[in-house]
Design a protein around this ligand. Structure first.
Ligand SMILES: [Zn+2]
Length: 66
């Protein structure tokens, strides 16, 4: 399981701009679940980060486009 996003330098999620979010999904030909993941940049210090996140986590103000 991943951790909720936060800037390691600023130690807050206040300035994060989320660039990508992939929900947890089933692996092909397997019962394994691939964890949700996200990538983001901190608008305060410019740090880029990308990693797995908890299954229940969603980016703030995230909207699903269909
Ligand atoms: Zn930062």
């Amino acid at each position: 399981m991943g951790e909720a996003p936060s800037c390691p330098r600023c130690r807050t999620d206040d300035y994060l701009i989320f660039e990508e979010f992939v929900p947890a999904r089933q692996a092909e030909h397997s019962t394994d679940l691939i964890p949700a993941s996200t990538s983001y940049t901190c608008s305060e210090c410019g740090t880029f980060n990308a990693h797995a996140v908890p299954a229940s986590w969603r980016p703030p103000q995230w909207f699903w486009y269909s």
